[in-house]
Design a protein around this ligand. Structure first.
Ligand code: FES
Length: 112
């Protein structure tokens, strides 16, 4: 399994209003432009595999369209109604995002 994945995308190809779905060696991921920052989290919801990448997003939080579980895009934490991380839930898988010398987006192997 590689520890990085060149997407071939450049930032100008991304739409800040919606994530880009990407198949990676580690599974389906979604690449977001959030507050001018590139963030990459797993595309499907840990709950029942709902299409998290199709969920609504506000203030760095994505809401799953199936049962409205909410996740912080930066920490991956599942959030409760007050925006506080809920204990006992694995965070979303996240990839660090960088760019190569040509400005193409590269994902690092996800954590956790
Ligand atoms: S599948 Fe996402 S909240 Fe249930």
């Amino acid at each position: 399994m590689p520890n990085s994945f060149p997407t071939g995308l450049v930032r100008a190809e991304l739409d800040a209003r919606r994530p880009r779905f990407i198949e990676t060696p580690w599974g389906a991921m979604a690449l977001y432009v959030d507050n001018d920052e590139l963030l990459c989290v797993q595309a499907f919801c840990p709950h029942l595999d709902g299409p998290l990448f199709e969920g609504s997003r506000a203030d760095g939080v994505v809401t799953c369209p199936w049962h409205c579980w909410r996740y912080d895009l930066r920490s991956g934490a599942r959030l409760g109604p007050l925006g506080v991380p809920l204990p006992g839930f694995e965070p979303l898988k996240r990839c660090a995002v960088s760019t190569d010398a040509q400005g193409r987006i590269v994902l690092a192997e996800p954590t956790p």
